[in-house]
Design a protein around this ligand. Sequence first.
Ligand SMILES: C[S@@+](CC[C@H](N)C(=O)[O-])C[C@H]1O[C@@H](n2cnc3c(N)ncnc32)[C@H](O)[C@@H]1O
Length: 264
Amino acid sequence: MNSVSRTAEQYDRRRSQIEQYFDRTAVQAWARLTSDAPVSGVRATVRAGRESMRRQIVSWLGTEDAARATAPESRLAGTHLLDAGCGTGMLSIDAARLGAKVAAVDLSATLVSLAAERLPEDIPADAIRFSSGDMLDPDLGEFDYLVTMDALIHYSPLMAVQALAGCAPRVRRSMIFTFAPANPLLMTMFALGRLFPRGDRSPAIWPVSLATLTRLIGLEPALRGWRIGRTGRVTRGFYISQALELVRVPEAPAGASSAKREAV
Ligand SMILES: C[S@@+](CC[C@H](N)C(=O)[O-])C[C@H]1O[C@@H](n2cnc3c(N)ncnc32)[C@H](O)[C@@H]1O
């Protein structure tokens, strides 16, 4: 078996564990965490952290270059956005309010139906298209933006980067994702979690350093036309997550390099 098919097999296996977890084991807890219902102190810090992270990601959308940072209230009008691993759809709603047409996809059919049920009345019926399935499905279409908040944290760094590379040909402007920044505490928890045979019942989070991610992104041929943009960490109690933006580098107009050569 070559390394490409081995990684694809690992991805499929991991994806079905994650689907099982978010569609069955944790579906009630996740529905509650993403609602206004009271939660324990620890979960309240996670909820507050996730809220800050979502606000940070949304503030980056449509502002990847200064020229686009105008008309803040409708700055995503006319754009298409993929919310990859949308859960109960909170980020999709924020993006739709800024004018984006959103495709919201998640492995968990249960969370997707909950997201559709929770859709606020001010969101036009055609603003968000929900579906259940894999974010890598090319039938989802083409987009200006891809956001994937706290979804790729459940894959190994290599699988996460390969997932971004798989989506990249269908994204025109930027991809924003979060990762669990490696620190000694998270690394110890991760190592301990691996010692428990039943630990794979819940999909562990895979911490990674920004330096390792940057290296993996640099090695990925499908991400060659992309540059690393903004990054920002959110730490609230038990919630530690970092967002990273990848921005597509505009292609030079045909003949630009030869014109430059002639001018020298
Ligand atoms: C921690 S939840 C975050 C949900 C949402 N992004 C949010 O921040 O509220 C991660 C979600 O990613 C979804 N997910 C993981 N891998 C996925 C994949 N390959 N395609 C689609 N969804 C995926 C899971 O089913 C889960 O609902």
